[in-house]
Design a protein around this ligand. Structure first.
Ligand code: B12
Length: 215
């Protein structure tokens, strides 16, 4: 079976809300030694975005959105660990999480894994992360880089809360905060005083590296 045919299977599994088919297609990606990152970026992400667009147009229900998300989970659980990691992890520590009130994790997980692949030592705080925890965990793991993901208009405010919290602590200068996810934007990052915005995992990596270089 060609690479295109395998990617098509993966894409269709998400579009058909079928977690088992997604896991089976991911296994094929692995067996045929296809690039896991390409499978995520070219098949899985566009497919889940398509389902999201249908949900927004009210062409599908929440149940279908949840099944499509399960299909993402079952396939990404197999593919993400295969992205080659820079085992040294020497560039810097970094903490990342999805902000308070928000349980979307797919994009944040891609970013976290890509940062690891690029040599960062990543502490993933998970989803619905309490605002104060980002800074507490950054201090615990002795890092100054914080990444905060938000996918909803209602939870973008938690990104602002994070920046306000750090500023109020009097330690704003000590941290570099990057934000991203769904509908967030460069303009939003500027408005809330974040140090950077990443529209995708590659931009997240560039940003994190620029923080390391600028100290
Ligand atoms: C999958 C999904 C779900 C799944 C999440 C499963 C999971 N474990 O993650 C489930 C079914 C649980 C879900 C639930 C809900 N969802 Co939802 N969901 C989506 C969907 C379809 C895809 C999100 C996704 O994974 N995208 C793919 C990833 C790869 O993209 P990404 O997250 O943006 O990440 C990339 C970049 O943004 C960037 N990035 C991400 N994070 C970070 C962080 C940093 C630091 C940086 C630098 C970069 C970066 O890099 C990533 C890789 O390229 C979107 C639609 C869409 N188009 O996004 C709706 C969407 C986000 N959901 C939405 C809604 C409304 C909900 C619910 C409220 C539905 C409901 N009625 O209950 C709940 C919310 C629950 C909660 N409290 O959080 C709305 C939000 C609307 C809005 N503007 O506020 C959307 C936009 C759908 C829609 N069009 O209406 N959802």
């Amino acid at each position: 079976m060609s690479s295109e045919a395998i990617l098509k299977k993966l894409r269709e599994a998400v579009l058909n809300y079928d977690p088992d088919a997604a896991a089976a297609a991911a296994k094929e990606v692995i067996e045929k030694k296809e690039d896991p990152l390409e499978a995520i970026e070219k098949a899985l992400i566009p497919a889940i975005k398509e389902v999201g667009d249908k949900f927004e147009r009210m062409e599908v229900f929440l149940l279908e959105l949840m099944l499509a998300a399960d299909a993402m989970r079952s396939s990404m659980a197999l593919l993400l660990p295969l992205i080659p990691k820079d085992s040294k992890g020497t560039k810097s520590n970094i903490v990342i999480g999805t902000v308070q009130g928000d349980v979307h994790e797919i994009g944040k997980n891609v970013v976290a894994n890509m940062l690891m692949a690029d040599g960062f030592n990543v502490t993933d705080l998970g989803v619905d992360v309490k605002t104060s925890l980002f800074m507490a965990e950054a201090k615990k793991s002795d890092t100054y880089i914080i990444g905060a993901s938000s996918l909803m208009s209602s939870t973008m405010a938690s990104q602002k809360d994070l920046l306000d919290f750090i500023t109020a602590s009097g330690e704003r200068k000590r941290f570099k905060v990057m934000i991203g996810g769904g509908i967030t934007s460069r303009e939003w990052a500027e408005e809330i005083g974040a140090d950077g915005y990443g529209g995708d995992a590659l931009e997240a990596i560039k940003l994190a590296n620029s923080f390391v270089k600028s100290g």
